[in-house]
Design a protein around this ligand. Structure first.
Ligand code: NAP
Length: 481
C-alpha cells in the first residue's frame, strides 16, 4: 500500500498557511517522499515580521509567571506526545529511534530550563557615588527584550536546536520567527503546535518554511529583526554575517573536534566514548569526534580496540531499536564524504574499516595516516568518519588539535591532573571535556565556539542574555518628583 504523503502547512502569526509552491520532504533512509511544506515567499516573511511586531509587544507585556506557565505547558505537551515527536525526528532526519528519544527528552529539558530562567532575568544596582558629583544618584540595570528574533536552524537536531532558540526567546519576552532546515521542517512545526496548545499568544511564534537562499535575506536584513540567531554551516554563517548590518547575531557553526588519549587514561572507556562521539547521528553532530590523537605507546592497542568496536556497530533502519548508525541526511551528502575518503586514500591514508556506501548509508569509517593535504584533515566532515593519529607528547597533541580553523569543543582522556590542566589552558576551544570526548553537552551549559566555530553562546541563560538588552536607570534624588 502506498504511504500517505502529508501536506503540511506553515505557521504565521497563529494561522496555519498553505502555498501553491511547496518543498518535498524525504525520509533519508528510504528515499521516500513523506511530506510537503509550503515554499514561503518574501511576502510571507514580511507578513511574519508584521505579526511578530504585534507578538513582541504582547509577550513583553506578559507577566513572567505566564511565560513560565506557557513554557512548562509546552514541555508537558511534548512529554505526553513524546512518541509522535520521536517518530517525526526519525522520519525526516538521520536519527535512529534511540537517538530521537534522547533529543525529545533534551527538548523538554530545554523548555523547562527556559521557564526557570525566565524568573532569573535580573539586573544590578549601580553605585553612582563612586564618581564625585554623583552622590545624589541611585540607579540600576534592567534587561528588556530585543523585540523580534530570527531563528535559522540546521537539520541535525531538528527539534532541540529549534527549542534552544524558541525557549529563550519566549522566556525573555520576545517574538520569534523560525526558519527550519528545508530537509527537516516537520519537527519545528510539531514544536509550534505544542506552543499553540500551551496558549502562547498567536503572534509570538511563526515557523516559516522555505528555501534559505530565498527567504533568509529579507528576514535577516529587516530592520525590525533585532537579533539573528543562526545555527548551521560556516559558509552560510559567513554569508549571513555579511548581510545583517548593525544588529546582534549569534553564530553557532561547525567544527572538526579533536579528542586526545594519553597513555595514563582508561583506554576501554576512551574507546567507548570516542566511538559514540564519532558515529552518533551518523557523524552529523557539530561536536562529533573527527580527530583522535593517541599517545604513541598506547596507539596500537587503542586503534585495535577502536576498529573492533566500530565493526560491531549495526547500521540499518532508523526505526529498528537495535540500529546504532542510521543514514546520512541525503545520498548527495554521503557521496561527498565518500569522495573525501577516496581523496585521502589516494594521498596515502589507510582505511582501517568502513567506507562502503549504499545510497545515504555510509559505513562507520576509521582512517589513519591522513596527510594534511587531504580535505578531510582540515574541513568539517559531518559524516561517520574519524581520523586516528599517534602523537609523541601532550604538547604535540595540543598543537595538532589547535591546528584548525575551528574551535567548538575538545576532549582529553588522562589519569593525570597536571596533564588535564595543561590541556584546559592549551586547547583553543569553547569547551574542554576531561575524561570525555568532545561530544558532551547539557542544555543549561554555555555552548558555542571560537574561530570558525562561531560567535556567542547558547544554553538558555546565555541565549537569554543575547536576546535582551540592558537599560540603565538613574534617579537624581536632589530633584523633586
Ligand atoms: P546549513 O546548510 O548552513 O543550513 C542551516 C540553515 O541555514 C538552514 O535553515 C538553511 O536553509 C539556511 N540557509 C541556507 N542557505 C542560506 C543562506 N544563503 N542564507 C541564510 N540561510 C541559509 O547547515 P546544515 O547543513 O543544515 O547543518 C549542518 C551544519 O550545522 C554543520 O556545519 C554543523 O556543524 C552545524 N551545526 C552547528 C551547531 C552548533 O551549535 N555550533 C549545532 C548543529 C549544527 P535551507 O535548509 O532551506 O537551505
Amino acid at each position: 500500500m502506498a504511504k500517505q504523503i502529508v501536506k503540511e502547512r506553515m505557521l504565521i502569526g497563529g494561522e496555519w498557511i498553505d502555498r501553491k509552491e511547496s518543498i518535498d520532504v524525504y525520509d533519508p533512509g528510504t528515499g521516500n517522499l513523506i511530506a510537503t511544506v509550503p515554499a514561503a515567499t518574501v511576502e510571507d516573511v514580511d507578513l511574519a515580521i508584521a505579526q511578530a511586531r504585534v507578538g513582541a509587544r504582547k509577550n513583553a507585556s506578559l507577566p513572567v509567571h505566564e511565560r513560565m506557565r506557557i513554557l512548562h505547558a509546552a514541555a508537558s505537551y511534548i512529554e505526553t506526545n513524546g512518541d509522535v515527536f520521536a517518530r517525526t525526528i526519525v522520519l525526516e532526519s538521520s536519527k535512529t529511534i534511540r537517538e530521537a528519544r534522547k533529543e525529545v527528552k533534551r527538548c523538554i529539558e530545554t523548555l523547562r530550563i527556559s521557564a526557570e530562567e525566565a524568573r532569573r532575568i535580573e539586573g544590578e544596582t549601580i553605585p553612582f557615588s563612586q564618581m564625585p558629583g554623583h552622590e545624589n544618584r541611585v540607579g540600576y540595570v534592567y534587561r528588556f527584550p530585543v523585540g523580534i528574533v530570527a531563528a535559522i536552524t540546521p537539520f541535525n537536531d531538528p527539534l532541540n536546536l529549534v527549542a534552544h532558540k524558541v525557549g529563550p526567546a519566549i522566556a525573555s519576552g520576545n517574538a520569534v520567527i523560525v526558519k527550519p532546515a528545508s530537509v527537516t521542517p516537520l519537527s519545528a512545526l510539531r514544536l509550534a503546535e505544542a506552543f499553540l496548545h500551551a496558549g502562547l499568544p498567536a503572534d509570538v511564534l511563526s515557523v516559516v518554511t522555505g528555501h534559505g537562499s530565498i527567504i533568509c535575506d529579507p528576514l535577516v536584513k529587516h530592520d525590525d529583526v533585532r537579533f539573528v540567531s543562526f545555527t548551521g554551516g560556516y559558509e552560510t554563517g559567513k554569508e549571513i554575517s555579511r548581510k545583517v548590518g548593525v544588529k546582534k547575531t549569534a553564530m553557532e557553526l561547525g567544527s572538526n573536534s579533536p579528542t586526545i588519549i594519553l597513555k595514563d587514561a582508561d583506554i576501554k572507556e576512551a574507546v567507548s566514548a570516542t566511538i559514540s562521539g564519532a558515529f552518533g547521528v551518523a557523524g552529523q553532530n557539530c561536536i562529533g569526534v573527527q580527530r583522535i590523537y593517541v599517545e604513541r605507546s598506547v596507539y596500537e592497542s587503542f586503534l585495535a580496540e577502536f576498529i573492533l568496536k566500530t565493526k560491531q556497530l549495526r547500521m540499518g533502519a532508523k526505526s529498528d531499536e537495535t540500529t546504532d548508525v542510521g543514514p546520512m541526511i541525503s545520498e548527495k551528502e554521503a557521496k561527498r564524504v565518500e569522495h573525501w575518503i577516496h581523496e585521502a586514500k589516494k594521498l596515502g591514508a589507510t582505511v582501517c574499516c568502513g567506507s562502503k556506501r549504499r545510497k545515504a548509508f555510509l559505513e562507520p569509517t576509521v582512517l589513519t595516516d591522513v596527510p594534511k593535504a587531504a580535505t578531510i584533515a582540515n574541513q568539517e566532515v559531518f559524516g561517520p568518519v574519524v581520523l586516528i593519529e599517534a602523537v609523541n607528547t601532550l604538547a604535540e597533541a595540543i598543537e595538532r588539535s589547535n591546528d584548525t580553523d575551528y574551535g567548538l569543543q575538545a576532549g582529553i582522556f588522562t589519569g593525570n591532573i597536571e596533564h588535564a590542566f595543561k590541556a584546559i589552558h592549551g586547547l583553543q576551544f569553547g569547551g574542554v571535556m576531561i575524561n570525555d570526548s568532545s561530544d558532551v553537552r547539557i542544555d543549561g551549559m554555555p555552548f558555542g565556539g571560537i574561530k570558525g566555530s562561531g560567535i556567542g553562546r547558547e544554553g538558555v541563560r546565555y541565549a537569554i542574555e543575547a536576546m535582551t538588552e540592558q537599560k540603565v536607570v538613574a534617579f537624581n534624588l536632589q530633584r523633586r518628583m
